[in-house]
Design a binder for this molecule. Sequence first.
Ligand SMILES: [Zn+2]
Length: 356
Amino acid sequence: MQLVRQNEEKAAERRKRHTGGRARAVVAVLLIAALGSACAGESGDRGGGDRGGRGGDGGGGGGGPVESASATPGRAGPDAGKKAEAKKAEARKADAAKKADAVKKADAKKAEAAVAKAQALRAVAAKKWKLAKTPLAAPPPPAVKPRITTRKGFEVTGGATLPPVFTNVPTKEKVVFLTIDDGAEKDPELLRMMTELKIPYSAFLSDYVINDNYSYFKKMQARGVSLHNHTLTHPYLPGLSYEKQKREICGQQEKIQKRYGKRPELFRPPYGNYDAGTLRAAKSCGVKAVPLWSSEAFPDHMEWREWDRDLHPGDIVLTHFRGKGEWKGSMPDMIRHVMKTITDKGYAVAKLEDYV
Ligand SMILES: [Zn+2]
């Protein structure tokens, strides 16, 4: 019933807009429409805890205000016009809020549909690549990247101004990050597999193992993978002088910039070993952060670094570009194994660069 009335009154509103609107009766009618639409907005809403609820309060709730509003024209005083104006403004506000809410809901629905579609495609790819389960969809990246600090026990003297060293990214989301080191194995299957499965990962490259085939990593980069620094020749850095460390780290910054057009912001010291000089050298040539890892993936097992031998939100998982000659399987075998572990534990793989 109310809906019919509302429609009539909305039509009246439209008519009024065309004729310029003089009569108070029309204003009152508008008022009814406004209250009606505010209430409709409220009942269509989640239940009135938010802005919709406040609009409802103003109107007194339910059908009551509609009755009294239709009575007002009879006792229209001098400030009735002002009141009606105020109500009109309120109605416009409520209407705008309602529209904004509708847009938000539509956007959320669209995003949901996009995720569902991507997951359906991913399920097909998971079957093709013989994954035990379809990888879970990662939540949208954070609007603001979390503040990352050096892990307790990983500090160096004077480290407060140096790039942070960490094994986990602070987040409450059930996501982990996949990082692949060195670059010896250049398996084209890996590129195809990860692209089709849409699993993000980051590469930490050492020049001495990639210099026989830079183009493999160019292809990787073209597929959305960020290439980071893992030194020129993979030495044990704390054993080197500051100058030598700088050459290893900054030399690789230059190489990657020259070959791939982008200077890395992340650096991982070989074996996870570093000292204050390492971090100073890294900072001097543009390194922003030093992600280590909390677990390591192999084709047939995981190696855990945390006491509970488990994954945690924001954990960084390490693995390597290795082939059948170096470990018990291919790169796709390793991915199958690590993805089973990650998915079984209810985690999704997110893009490290979205968080760091
Ligand atoms: Zn390495």
